[in-house]
Design a binder for this molecule. Structure first.
Ligand code: NAD
Length: 524
């Protein structure tokens, strides 16, 4: 990344990040097609989690910066909404091509600030790219319906139009993919965007903004506003923001939903999760063990679709745990750029919070089968091994549903085995949970799987698939405390979220139809 490309600038003299950060590059906002440091004197530190070192600071927007970003998006809206679908999709195809060509660079940026291994970061970009590809077909997705002669000589048709300035507020765990759940469809449908990424890993958003510019997107259609609660509150209450697409933890999702809707906005707010994986006695236990390890420890458990509660029917629990132990013993935790399986956690504070849950699990009486606190990381050097935000894969057995490692979303590499006697007990436990994002069942019994699909109260279900993130042309979203609002991300629901319907009833002058008639029309 270079300052010429607009991703980072080095003028950090007036940040409030502590004095040691003053020489670090600053990640600026991206407004109206150009990098800007904004008017605020506040900034936050950005770390390389695999070394524990601060590498950058990121601007934190002031209310004036929020106004500037929204004004830029508002100014760009009239021309963009009237740009033909043909022209819009040409730009989308170009963006898709640039993203594909440069996804390796983007993945490295993600790894350097988030910590996930590069192959996983590449996977994240590819899943986001699927939504860009969906949006390349926007002309089909916004096609209206037409009925000729609905009443005598009267035609009726429906059209869908963009909302205006839409905002996207995203979490740290997928700095590229989660924004891409929304902005390709929003932009393709004719809206202009203000994206407020997580302040923990902000640079991916600027890289993407630059790609949009290179693809020919007019300035102001895609803006990046960095910040914290000040920026979020500014967007939630701004009279010129039409909608909010939020992804993050449940308490903030609820706050965003309530505040945004109270200010007249359309809001979809995706929250936290506690995803269960139910293993029935007839399951292929090797497949189930592979799946539990992949879904429990991939991205160090920092996925909203990670499996954190493994619900095992008691008769197979011992064998399943033995198979998981064998597999975890082969994993390498370390720097995501060194070909490891699992990287560090995103910040020191988050690592300490997750470690606190491991301590609590022990105190509360769960059986600690694998202790990730003892991990020896594959780091760049001894200093990085000491200072990186490490925690290895951790496995608990005999976890009770009243223990904090079960009740809370941990968002780290901690897998809890909860033993049950039967399918029915497992289902009841899953349905009693306050979250309903993802769930998986492992079984070779089609009838049991079908019954589960029908009875479970969760938005996204995997049958012998541990992380059932839907493909882009379906919609992503959970139930219960995992989603506030009623519209899921991307797919047809995403198109509906970013457009408003109009229905036109039309009659062209016909002398035979003239005359007064004060009643509702009757067909001849
Ligand atoms: P977070 O809630 O801390 O932050 C999300 C966004 O909200 C960020 O942009 C942040 O700057 C902003 N924010 C934080 N505190 C705020 C406040 N007090 N007021 C206003 N805005 C605030 O979440 P995170 O730690 O970045 O991400 C992890 C969480 O996101 C987990 O709970 C995870 O389950 C969830 N998540 C959910 C999904 C899903 O699809 N349901 C997907 C990814 C992540």
């Amino acid at each position: 990344m270079t300052s010429e490309e607009g991703f980072v600038t080095t003028t950090t003299a007036s940040t409030t990040a502590d004095a040691g950060a003053l020489d670090l590059p600053l990640v600026p906002h991206w407004i109206s097609g150009a990098a800007t440091n904004g008017s605020s004197d506040r900034a936050a530190d950005v770390y390389d989690p695999a070394t524990g070192k601060r590498t950058k600071t990121v601007a934190l927007a002031s209310p004036q910066d929020v106004d500037a970003a929204v004004a830029a998006a508002k100014a760009a809206f009239p021309a963009w909404r009237d740009t033909s679908l043909a022209r819009r999709t040409t730009i989308l195809f170009k963006f898709r091509q640039l993203l594909d060509e440069r996804k390796g660079e983007l993945a490295e940026i993600i790894t350097s600030e988030h910590g996930k291994v590069v192959s996983d970061a590449l996977g994240e970009v590819s899943r986001g790219q699927e939504v860009v590809e969906l949006a390349c077909g926007i002309n089909h997705l916004v096609k209206g319906a037409f009925t000729e002669n609905a009443s005598t000589k009267i035609d009726v048709y429906s059209i869908r139009q963009p909302l205006g300035v839409v905002s996207i507020i995203s979490p740290f765990n997928f700095p590229a993919m989660v924004p891409m759940w929304f902005f390709p469809v929003a932009i393709a449908a004719g809206n202009t965007v203000v994206l407020k990424p997580s302040e923990k890993d902000p640079s991916a958003a600027n890289f993407i903004a630059r790609l949009w510019k290179d693809a020919g997107l007019p300035d102001g259609v895609f803006n990046v506003l960095h910040g914290d609660k000040v920026a979020v509150d500014g967007l939630l209450t701004h009279p010129d923001v039409a909608s909010v697409s939020f992804v993050g933890s449940t308490p903030i999702a609820k706050y965003v939903y309530e505040t945004g809707t109270a200010h007249g906005k359309r809001v979809q707010a995706l929250g936290g999760a506690k995803n269960h994986m139910l293993v029935l006695p007839d399951a292929d236990l090797d497949l189930a063990a592979d799946a539990a390890v992949n879904a429990g420890f991939g991205s160090a458990g920092e996925r909203c679709m990670a499996v954190s509660a493994l619900v095992a029917v008691d008769s197979v629990a011992d064998e399943l745990i033995a198979k998981i132990k064998e597999r975890v013993a082969t994993l390498r935790t370390g720097d995501g750029r060194r070909g490891c399986d699992m990287g560090p956690l995103v910040t020191g504070a988050h690592r300490d919070k997750v470690t606190g849950y491991v301590d609590a699990g022990v105190t509360e009486g769960a059986e600690l089968v694998i202790d990730g606190r003892e991990v020896v990381p594959d780091a760049q050097d001894d200093e990085a091994a000491a200072d990186g935000f490490w925690l290895g894969p951790t496995l608990f057995d005999k976890v009770g549903t009243d223990m904090s490692i079960y009740t809370d979303e941990i968002f780290g590499p901690v897998l809890s085995v909860v033993r049950v006697e039967s399918y029915a007990e497992g289902l009841d436990l899953i349905n009693a949970n306050k979250y309903g994002n993802g769930v998986a069942i492992f079984t070779n019994d089609g009838g049991a799987a079908r019954k589960f699909r029908n009875e479970v109260q969760v938005g996204m279900i995997g049958i012998n698939v541990p992380v059932p993130v839907p493909v882009a042309y379906f919609s992503f979203g959970g139930w219960k405390q995992s989603l506030f609002g009623d519209t899921h991300a991307h797919g047809v629901e995403g198109v509906h979220f970013f457009t408003r319907g109009k229905v036109v009833t039309e009659r062209w002058l016909d002398p035979s139809h003239g005359g007064l008639n004060l009643g509702f029309p009757q067909n001849d």
